[in-house]
Write a protein that binds this ligand. Structure first.
Ligand SMILES: *[C@@H]1O[C@H](CO)[C@@H](O)[C@H](O)[C@H]1NC(C)=O
Ligand SMILES: *[C@@H]1O[C@H](CO)[C@@H](O)[C@H](O)[C@H]1NC(C)=O
Ligand SMILES: *[C@@H]1O[C@H](CO)[C@@H](O)[C@H](O)[C@H]1NC(C)=O
Ligand SMILES: *[C@@H]1O[C@H](CO)[C@@H](O)[C@H](O)[C@H]1NC(C)=O
Ligand SMILES: *[C@@H]1O[C@H](CO)[C@@H](O)[C@H](O)[C@H]1NC(C)=O
Length: 409
């Protein structure tokens, strides 16, 4: 029984099918590894409604967290056009409308599928505190209008309210320490760690209408109203915070502080203008401020022709004295402690305020997402596997065609 050419061809093809099929199977089985997809990104938004203006901050953090807390970064900051929301006491609807441009911008930054789960929060400070004191109905109306506007956007709105001075201080403390890398740091080994050597810093916020001091005391805190507890990146922090309202009966001080608030970050700006933000000793600061304040008005105008607005030039001297008195007489900073004060407006290109600290603490409550695991293969192996699968299929097809259609006579 001689083998026909057809039987030979089919036999050869079957051999090819078996061999290449086995190779494909082996290739598919070896070198397959479980790989983690990079974690998704979570977003959060905070309106910082200050007395002179409102800013919207958009933050983001990787969905897998570090010991329970997110590594938060500022994705975008948008300054709301117009004055602070407390200035809209007479026509609250406009307070809501003023936020639209920034909200529209935020919607272009946060991916559509994540907008509904983006926690959004409006916190107001000094300006609204004052308005509430004057007429709480008016303050409520402003909050109602801004809430109405934010609710028209597809976000997870968590409410609009006035922050307490202690919240402002303690969230500001988180912001500072986070930005200056005393809470968490990216190590050379490529991991986030708690820096062992770094000392947690205290924070002084010299705001316009109130001033906050926050630090981690060495002893225990007796008064519970000044104690704030945070658990960040797996470490417990118990900090002391106290807020002093600057608005007293003193009309002159009131006017000075009101004027300072119109210069953004008035206190930082004053010391920056006097070139005193480089950690100079107390004696130099004293001498500089006295030297500046005892100059004649004509002389001052001549020395600083670039200061077009002379009302600002008017304010540097009283403002500098105010800071000096507050730190020296009020907080009792001595010569040695002065050298450890750093005046900052921004750190790591991020605005210093309570907003970042607020979101950072908030990430503790937002569940982490376990990174997704998928099966993966090296590109070369994968290509070879595909080649042998195609070869097997082609040989099988050819074998079927020969078996059915080839009829040698
Ligand atoms: C507070 O504001 C409301 C609404 O504008 C007004 O009707 C009311 O008279 C004000 N109350 C006081 C005490 O000024
Ligand atoms: C997380 O906790 C571990 C164990 O306490 C610690 O070694 C590590 O530094 C912490 N990570 C961060 C980012 O703080
Ligand atoms: C930190 O605080 C938590 C409560 O949030 C507590 O369960 C834990 O024991 C504390 N850890 C330390 C080391 O004090
Ligand atoms: C500011 O102070 C620093 C150090 O104290 C000094 O080197 C610098 O020249 C000063 N700049 C001006 C413009 O006075
Ligand atoms: C920080 O977040 C926790 C939830 O993780 C919350 O219970 C706590 O009230 C927040 N702290 C402040 C000061 O709001």
């Amino acid at each position: 029984m001689g083998s026909s050419p057809k039987a030979v061809a089919v036999g050869c093809l079957l051999a090819v099918i078996v061999v290449s099929g086995i190779i494909a199977l082996i290739l598919a089985a070896v070198g397959v590894k479980g790989v983690y997809l990079p974690p998704g990104t979570k977003y959060g938004m905070v309106f910082d409604a200050g007395s002179s203006h409102t800013a919207l901050y958009i933050y983001q953090w990787p969905a897998d967290k570090e010991n329970g807390t997110g590594i938060v970064s500022q994705a975008e900051a948008c300054t709301v056009q117009g004055p602070g929301i407390s200035s809209y006491a007479e026509n609250p609807a406009n307070a809501g409308a003023s936020l639209r441009a920034c909200l529209d911008k935020a919607m272009t930054i946060i991916p559509v599928e994540q907008q509904r789960e983006t926690p959004t929060y409006l916190g107001a400070t000094a300006g609204m505190r004052l308005l509430r004191e004057q007429n709480s109905t008016k303050a409520d109306l402003v909050f109602a209008e801004v809430s109405k506007t934010i609710q028209q956007y597809p976000v997870d709105f968590r409410g609009a309210r006035i922050l307490t001075g202690n919240e402002e201080g303690s969230f500001g403390w988180i912001t500072i320490n986070y930005l200056l890398e005393t809470l968490v740091k990216f190590s050379f080994a490529g991991k986030w760690i708690r820096p062992q050597s770094a000392e947690v810093l205290g924070a002084l916020d010299l705001g316009g209408a109130s001033t906050q001091i926050t630090f981690q005391p060495s002893g225990t805190i007796e008064d519970n109203s000044t104690k704030v507890f945070f658990r960040l990146y797996g470490t417990n922090y118990s900090v002391y915070t106290h807020s002093y309202l600057c608005y007293g009966r003193d009309q002159a001080l009131k006017m000075l502080l009101a004027a300072l608030r119109k210069a953004f970050s008035g206190f930082y700006y004053t010391f920056y203008f006097l070139n005193l933000t480089n950690g100079q000793p107390l004696s130099v600061i004293n001498a500089t401020i006295w030297g500046f304040c005892t100059k004649g008005w004509k002389e001052l105008q001549a020395s600083f022709p670039q200061e077009e607005s002379h009302s600002r030039l008017h304010n540097y001297c009283p403002s500098a004295f105010y800071i000096l008195t507050l730190l020296h007489e009020g907080y009792k900073f001595d010569e040695q402690m002065w050298s450890s004060i750093h005046f900052r407006q921004q750190a790591a290109d991020t605005d210093i305020g309570w907003a970042l600290g607020y979101v950072l603490n908030l990430t503790n409550m937002i569940p982490a997402e376990a990174p997704e695991q998928v099966k993966g293969q090296q590109r070369g192996l994968w290509a070879a596997t595909i080649f042998f699968i195609v070869l097997t299929a082609a040989a099988a097809l050819l074998a079927i065609l020969i078996q059915c259609l080839w009829n040698p006579t």
